[in-house]
Structure formats: C-alpha cells, structure tokens
Ligand binder design. Sequence first.
Ligand code: PMP
Length: 454
Amino acid sequence: MDLLDRHAHFHPQTDPKVLERDGPIVFERGNGVTVTDSSGRSYIEGMASLWCAALGFTNPRLAQTAHDQMLTLASYHTFNRRANPPAIELAEKLLSIAPMSDGKVSFCNSGSEAVDTMIKLSWLYQSARGRSRKRKIISRHNAYHGSTVMGATLSGLPHVRGAMAVEDNDVVIFAAAPYHYRQAQKDETPETFAARMLSELDALIQREGPENIAAMIVEPVMGAGGVIIPPEGYYRNVEALLRRHDILLLSDEVICGFGRTGHWFGCQTFGFRPDMMSVAKGLSSGYQPIGATLMSREIYQAVSEEAGRLGVFGHGFTYAGHPVTSAVALETLRIYDEIDLIGRVRSLSKAFLAHLHSFSDHALIGETRGIGMIGALELVADKVSRAPFPPSRRVGARLIELAMERGIILRNLGDVIAICPPLVIEEAEIAALFSRLSDALADLQNELLASTSI
Ligand code: PMP
C-alpha cells in the first residue's frame, strides 16, 4: 500500500518531502468518532476529518440512503430545467433553516465551488443593477476560501497562494483579520480592537472607492487561518458599514454551517445577515462531495433577470444537484433534526469549552479560544511576551505527531492546534480527547526541555 501510494498519489496540502520520507498514513475504517489506520491503531478524530464529519464515520442510514438512491436514479444533471426529487427537497430544506428563507439555492460539489459561485453571482448582481464597475472583493488576511483559482486568490495564507493564485489582479483586496491575540496593539481591549478594525476597513473602502467594490467575503470563525473568533460586535458593525457603502456581505459557512458554532449558521451566532452563504462539509457530514450557495431573494431576482437577458444563466457544474449527493445531504439534515443538533451542540459545548480553557494556564499555551464545538490552542515560546516559536522548529506539527501516538487526531495550523470533533461525540469521548492532548503536551514539553538542556 505504502509503496503504491508513493508511486502514484500526489497528496493535497502535504509536504512532499515528509511524504517521501515517512510515507502515507493509510486509514482503512471508521467506527463512530474513531478512525483506524492500516496498522490497526484507532484514533479519536478530533477534527471530524477536515471539519466535516459531524455524524462520525459510520452512519448506516447515510449508507442505506446512498445505496437506495443509486438503485433509483444513480446520476443525472440539473441543467436546462432538469430536476430530481432529492435535489428539490434538499433546496427546500436548506431554505427552511437559512436566514434567507425566501431566497434560492444553487448546488455544486465543494466549498471552493460554492465560494466561486458567490463571487460570480456578486458580479452578475452588480452588473444587473447597472453597477458593473463594482468588481472588487474584500477578503481578509488569514482567510481560507478554497483551492480553486478564485479560492486561492481570496486566500490570505501564503502557502495557499504560493505561485498558484492570481497575483497581478485588481480584484481581491485585503482587510485585517479580527485576530485579537496576535493583531491587537498594546492595551487594546477586544472592543477598542474591533473599533480599530472597523475604521481600517472603512479607510480601505474609501481608498479603493465603494463604487468599485462588489462584496466582502468572511468566514464567521476563520478556520484554516487559525480558528480566529472575532470580538463581540465586530460583524454587526462590519455589516452596517458595508450596507452604507452598498457592498454585499458574503458568509463562507463551509466550516461554521450546520451547527458548529451553536446555531445553524455562523452568521446567526454572530448576529449578521449575509446576502449569500456558501456551505459544504457538514451539509452531508462529509459523506458525499456536495456544496451549495444560498442567495437572498433580491440577489436571485436581479441575477435571474440579467441571466434572462443573456438567454441563460451560464454557470453550473455537471454534478450540481446530483441525486445521490443530494439524497445523502437531505438525510443528513433529517438526522440533524432528529438528534436536535443545535441543542446537542449547545449542551456539549459546555464540557468542550471547559476542557479547552483548562489549558489556559499551561506554560506552552498562549491562548485558548473556542465557540460551540470548535476551538484552538495557540502554542507560544513565551507566555508573557507571546513570542512564537521559530517556524523552523515545527512545534505545532510535532505536537500533532505526539497526539497521534496518544491516539487522537488534531490539526496544526502553524502553531495553532485546531479542535473540531464530530458533533455526535459523547462527553466521555471529549474527556478522553483532552486527556490524551494533555499527555501529548507533556511529551512535547519534555522534548523541548531535553532539546534546550543539551
Ligand atoms: N471555505 C472555507 C471556509 C473552508 O474551510 C474550506 C475548506 N476547508 C473551503 C472554503 C473549501 O472547501 P472545499 O475543500 O470543499 O473546496
């Protein structure tokens, strides 16, 4: 297996040197919130795969649904008026929980495509209103919005851009991330920090010209950029500012959607109303590749008129509204209702956050932050000065290796350790996850002590 993988498989988001040296980690099966590798070792999956497997790794109802739909209508498209019952019902169901209940849903296969669709619709919308100069999109440093060309170009993470984003563009402009722990100036409280973020955003809008800006895209909690939770009031003020300047607000809910932060969508947790939302991941609990863009009635009306003038809405993916992915997503949402997902997250979150914040006194932890069932620990070399470790020491990556030895899977974003477990996790499993993390941190501390005493 290892040799075959090394021969043919070019892995995403992987350091090729490490892969060549250590080989792949092959996972063969899942059971509840655990996954088992080819050596037979099981791990609590503290990241729900890539922030997505809300229902864990072996839900038999989702398997049965895929099986049944495959035998009914295994594949079909939704171009040119075609539809199928699962896609129709799924669109209805999505609108019933979304903050734009009289809007519309456009399907796709991934978070990246859902984001791309939001950007294209923003341009089409502005053009439909006779504002075709409004083309610029505000993103933020630390943002992650996917791996397509537009996703990478919207990204505020250097390793995602690499030489792979459009650099010589006049389209994507960047605001600061609301990252109080790292970006606040001395003595700035979360409130004064948020006020500065807002005035800087206003200045950016004035500099670029509001008449040139189509939209701003935000992840309610910034995920891959470090699990960044904004200060209280930040989004409400951002929303008011954007409305004043006639700029759309796009909420990238690919991680936050479907209960992760304690409401159906992150925008509801933080109290803002987006014009569009991108969703994926939790939409099918990661069991099928599916994404969707939800748009308000106003956006739909404008873009459909514009598309009508052009003769067709010239956008869409072969597998958009695919009957099998739609059926599995629909069943996922039914299960979320049955298990009272939102109530469950709110009650589990108490234990989750209590465990998380119990690490705040640890010598290696600069900050613990979390909301709902997503959290992070930020490793620091010096707790008082907040000095980070030199990136070359790869301290975060080492902690993840040690955590795996202790039987948990987490993800390091540099030296930020993200925790985002399946939402069906039980309290005892949460306790086990954090106790193993504590052991791994002790192992790391011992290693660091040993290396400095040599
Ligand atoms: N947006 C956000 C906020 C994400 O976290 C991700 C994936 N981690 C994406 C978009 C891209 O989703 P996908 O990998 O399904 O294309």
